[in-house]
Write a protein that binds this ligand. Structure first.
Ligand code: FMN
Length: 325
């Protein structure tokens, strides 16, 4: 697979709002030994331009010792340029433009996947960001708006003509949201239509599926979203297998230790109280496929104290280790 400039890998962790924050990026970076390209959560350009403190913190990647592509979402070309400059000052290694988000609040403002229905504005935004920063600018979009309006191929060409360094295509329409299965054939068609690198996204959940999408579509890179929830080692494992290494199955003890490391990172970034609240979703994801996980999760949801939470995780995963040996 072709390399994307200075990025560490052609395997990307997908931007996921509320998930791919600094602690999650750190754990994915660590578990992949630096061999995964990381993208931030989406950052609203209007909030960033206003220097809203929460948004500002999300976009600030200066303390991270690895490159982070910062994803921006919005609909105004001039504001996009300002926000991109700010993101560059805050340490972004690249700017990704969100043209795929299906969430109502985003599309009613003309942003996210709504831009797939307004190609002239989408093109103006890309050109405006490319002019504003001395960084690679990429675009992430979908198959199209709905089954009546599938325009990923034309959209890919427009991105290339507007100066995008690479594109990521999620093989679902806006109308599909996250349901149904991703259409990789449309990604293959778009790949054939452009010269810039194309990253395939949607339903890549194992090294085998990563190999399959590369074979079937010829994409230059792969992006992993939901399958990495509770499995921060997966993108790195995919990178390793694509480089000829054998896949590796983690023991219950290794999964427990990863969860505890992730929890510690959440604590140092958000503080103890918020980390405990946030750990609940991670505990659910990390415990999928484990014995009696439903009961463990129900108990865990009631815990508000950091030390009790740690004890509960230790006990549960240690019992599971005994059962699997
Ligand atoms: C909880 C959640 C949050 C997401 N947030 C974003 C986002 O901020 N920006 C974006 O471009 N895509 C976002 N996505 C879409 C993913 O990046 C990805 O395109 C999608 O999940 C399909 O890939 P997958 O099948 O590997 O999960 C989000 C997806 C999920 C499940």
């Amino acid at each position: 697979m072709a390399l994307f400039g200075k990025l560490p890998s052609n395997v990307f962790l997908a931007p996921m709002a509320g998930i791919t924050d600094q602690p999650t990026r750190q754990i994915v970076h660590k578990k992949s030994r630096g061999n995964v390209t990381l993208v931030s959560e989406m950052v609203a350009i209007n909030a960033l331009s206003r220097k809203n403190s929460k948004t500002y913190r999300i976009a600030d990647v200066r303390k991270e010792e690895y490159p982070v592509i910062v994803q921006l979402v919005g609909a105004d070309p001039a504001m996009f340029a300002d926000a991109a400059q700010l993101a560059a000052e805050l340490g972004a290694a690249g700017i990704d433009i969100n043209m795929g988000c299906p969430v109502r609040k985003i599309i009613t403002s003309g942003a996210g996947s709504a831009l797939m229905t307004n190609m002239p504005l989408a093109a103006e935004i890309i050109r405006s960001v490319v002019r504003a920063v001395n960084l690679d600018v990429s675009v992430k979009f979908r198959k199209g708006w709905d089954s009546q309006d599938i325009n990923a191929v034309e959209f890919a060409k427009m991105c290339e003509d507007s100066g995008a360094a690479f594109i990521t295509i999620h093989g679902r329409t806006r109308a599909q949201g996250y349901s149904g299965s991703a259409d990789w054939q449309v990604i293959a068609k778009a790949k054939k239509a452009v010269k810039i690198p194309v990253v395939g996204n949607g339903d890549i959940n194992s090294p085998e599926s990563a190999k399959k999408i590369i074979e079937e579509t010829g994409v230059d890179g792969v992006m992993i979203g939901r399958a990495a929830l509770g499995a921060p080692w997966l993108p790195g494992q995919i990178d390793a297998v694509l480089h000829g290494q054998a896949p590796y199955v983690l023991t219950a003890g290794e999964i427990k230790n990863t969860l505890l490391e992730h929890f510690a990172l959440l604590k140092s970034y958000y503080g103890e109280k918020l980390a405990v609240a946030l750990s609940r979703k991670y505990v659910c994801w990390y415990s999928k496929n484990f014995y009696d996980a439903k009961r463990f999760r129900e108990n865990y949801m009631k815990i508000n104290d950091y030390h009790t939470a740690l004890e509960e995780i230790e006990n549960y995963f240690n019992q599971n280790e005994e059962r699997t040996e």
